[in-house]
Each structure stands twice: as C-alpha cells, then as structure tokens.
Design a protein around this ligand. Structure first.
Ligand code: SAM
Length: 284
C-alpha cells in the first residue's frame, strides 16, 4: 500500500496529468511540501477535526493536511483535470480524503463533514473574498467552522486584519474582526508559487468567536459599514444619510463626531451606532 510520503514529487504529478496552470481558475500551485506542511500546521491541531479544503489542484496542500494528521479532508475542486492526481492521494490515505468535483460557490459541504470543522485553502483569487464573506456572514453564529486558514493576495490579507486609521481598513476588516480573531501568520513571495503570480501572498488565520465581539444586528451593522465605506472620503453625516433620517443625532448620541469619516471609526463604535439605528424610531 502506498503512503503519503511515497507519493511522487508534485512536478512529476503535474507533468504526468498535464495540469498546466489555467489563469481563469486562479491556478498558482504550491509545490514545496515543506511549505504546505507549514500552512497545515498554522491551522492548529487537525487530528480532531474534519478539514474542508477549497481548490486542492494537484494536491500539495492536501498532502500537507493529511501528513499533519487531519482526521478527514473534504476537498472541493472545480478543475476535473486534477481528479486523477487527487485520487492517488486518496488511495495513499484510505478513508481520509473525499474529493468533490465542482464549484465551491455552489456546493454545500456540510453533508460530507463532521464537526469540529476547520477550513484551510490556498484560495483561487477570483472566489476567495466571496467565500470569506459568506463564511463570516453566516446567519447562525457560532458558524459551522471553528477556524479558517486562508491564503490571499497580501493586500487582501491586510484588509482583513487592518486597524482603524489605515488605508486598508474597511468593510472586510469590520466584518472579520466583529466575529473572529484574525491575524496574518505567513507571507510568501511570488516565487513560492508555480507559475509565480505578480504579487506577494499571505496566510490569514481566523478563529470564530463564540459570539460577536460587541452586540449588534448583523444586517444593520453591515448596512452602516457598507454605506460608510462606499463613500469613505465623505463625512459620516453625509455617507450615512440613507441609513437613518436622524443620523446626525444618532452619531452624536454614541459619541461619534458627525464630521468623522468611516476609516476613523473602530469596531466598538460601529456596533454602538448599529444599535442606535436599530432602536431609533423613524419618525417624521
Ligand atoms: N491548493 C493548490 C495549491 O496550493 O497548490 C492549488 C491552489 S490554486 C491558487 C487554486 C485552486 O482552486 C485551483 O486548483 C483551481 O482549479 C481551484 N478553483 C478555482 N475556482 C474554484 C471554484 N470556484 N471552486 C473550487 N475550486 C476552484
């Protein structure tokens, strides 16, 4: 019986299965198994968890996850050309790898995994942010996942972990930090990938909080933050006009200067404002 360690090098696998990278699928592969093991370790103790991996491609990170002891990996890959390479890994780890061929934006993984669940992925750039927003805006909280360990373009990783006052601070930071602890755990140069992308990449590790950091209605908070950052150069009394007719007074009530801009406002203040909007009657 073959083992993970007995599998051929990824370069050989890619050549044998003719897995030439396709740009439209965001394919930049990690071929260094030391690196993929390091990413797997950044996800925490996998031995008690099922792992969902989005976009395994030829399976470098998949191998890392299995070698680091993941109880079970559910890998969702859109590119059918990768399936034979992934089947070889599944044969080397009987019962520990399930592969679904399809679009991660359309597949519901929950029927195939058992909690606790960790999500680990070197995400295709084109769908990464959309998936993250879905995972963060789950209607049920705590969500089905315990941790997310995700590779993004460095700029996106900085937007997730940004603090007020910085250029990167915006909707993604508020959304992520309201319900999770988020930190960048690793940054990689373009040469770490084949083919090399134009930009650096970073791995962000997010741990779901048992409940949001400050009380607020998710939809109202989302509306306030979206309106504030959509016109981030404008003062809040102008950018939030559409959120509530009495916004200027509500801002003052929660101690925010109506002349402030969204990028100056911390998470706690945004939540206070969302609560004020929720509780204020829309009179006259
Ligand atoms: N995990 C591999 C690695 O680290 O080498 C590949 C990472 S590559 C950046 C992104 C992978 O996601 C590719 O294998 C691509 O085919 C796959 N992919 C792209 N769009 C997808 C989608 N909507 N659903 C599932 N997989 C997708």
């Amino acid at each position: 019986m073959s083992t993970i360690d007995g599998l051929p090098p990824l370069r050989d696998v890619i050549a044998r299965h003719d897995l030439r990278a396709r740009k439209q699928l965001g394919q930049n592969f990690l071929l260094d198994l030391n690196l993929t093991a390091k990413i797997a370790r950044a996800a925490g103790d996998l031995s008690q968890s099922d792992v969902i991996e989005i976009g395994p491609g030829p399976g470098g990170l998949t191998r890392g996850l299995l070698a680091e002891g993941a109880r079970h990996v559910l890998a969702i890959e859109k590119d059918a050309r990768a399936l034979p390479a992934l089947a070889e890994i599944a044969r080397a780890c009987p019962g520990r790898l399930t592969v679904l061929n399809g679009d991660a934006l359309e597949i519901d993984p929950l029927a195939h995994v058992t909690p606790p669940i960790r999500i680990v992925a070197n995400l295709p750039y084109n769908v990464g942010t959309e998936l993250l927003i879905r995972w963060l805006t789950s209607a049920i909280w705590p969500p089905f996942w315990q941790t997310l360990t995700l590779m993004f373009q460095k700029e996106v990783a900085q937007r997730i972990t940004a603090q007020p006052g910085s250029k990167a601070y915006g909707r993604l930071a508020v959304l992520a930090q309201w319900r999770a602890d988020a930190r960048i755990v690793m940054t990689l140069p373009p040469e770490a990938f084949t083919p090399a992308p134009k930009v650096h990449s970073s791995v962000v590790h997010l741990t779901a909080l048992p409940e949001p950091r400050y009380p607020a209605d998710a939809k109202i908070l989302s509306r306030v933050v979206a309106a504030g950052f959509n016109q981030r150069r404008k003062m809040l009394r102008a950018s939030l006009k559409g959120v509530h007719p009495d916004i200027e007074n509500l801002l003052e009530d929660v101690g925010i200067a109506p002349t402030a801009r969204a990028e100056e406002i911390g998470l706690e203040q945004f939540c206070a404002l969302a609560r004020a909007v929720e509780n204020a009657p829309r009179g006259s």
